[in-house]
Design a protein around this ligand. Structure first.
Ligand SMILES: [Zn+2]
Length: 134
C-alpha cells in the first residue's frame, strides 16, 4: 500500500494495516479515533495536542481549494460575488469533517515513519491465519 492510499483510507502510518478512526463516523464525535493500532501498537495520539499541526494543513487545504473554486465561479462562470460567497460557505461546511480527518491523517503520516518490515510481517501472519482457518 502506498502512502497516498494509506493517508486517504486513514490507515495506521506505521504498519498501514488498521484504520485510525472509529467507523462508521458518528455526528456526536466525528474525530473519534482508536487509542492505538491493534497490530503494531502505534498510538494514534502520541502526545497531548499532537494534532495542532493538522489544523494548519486543514486550513491550507480548505483555503486553497475554496479560493480556486470561488475564482472559477466568479471569473469563468460569471456568477456574482454574493451568491458565490454562500455557495463557498456551503461547500466548506459540507467538506469540513472530511478535511479535518484527512489533515489528521496527513499529519500523523508526516511525523510517524512507515515500517516496511513490520507491514510485511503483519501481512504474512494474516495470510497464515487465513490459511489455517480455511
Ligand atoms: Zn499499526
Amino acid at each position: 500500500m502506498n502512502v497516498l492510499k494509506s493517508i486517504f483510507t486513514y490507515r495506521c502510518p506505521k504498519c498501514r494495516t488498521t484504520k485510525m478512526f472509529i467507523e462508521p463516523m458518528k455526528i456526536k464525535d466525528p474525530l473519534a479515533m482508536h487509542e492505538a493500532c491493534s497490530n503494531c501498537g502505534q498510538r494514534f495520539e502520541p502526545e497531548p495536542g499532537f494534532y495542532y499541526g493538522a489544523m494548519f494543513i486543514s486550513y491550507i487545504m480548505s483555503a486553497w481549494i475554496l479560493l480556486i473554486l470561488a475564482l472559477i465561479m466568479v471569473f469563468l462562470i460569471g456568477w456574482s460575488l454574493d451568491s458565490v460567497k454562500w455557495i463557498i460557505i456551503g461547500i466548506g461546511l459540507l467538506f469540513f469533517l472530511k478535511t479535518v480527518r484527512l489533515s489528521r491523517s496527513i499529519w500523523i503520516h508526516i511525523v510517524v515513519k512507515f515500517n516496511k518490515d513490520l507491514h510485511k510481517k503483519i501481512k504474512e501472519n494474516k495470510s497464515i491465519n487465513q490459511a489455517k482457518t480455511v
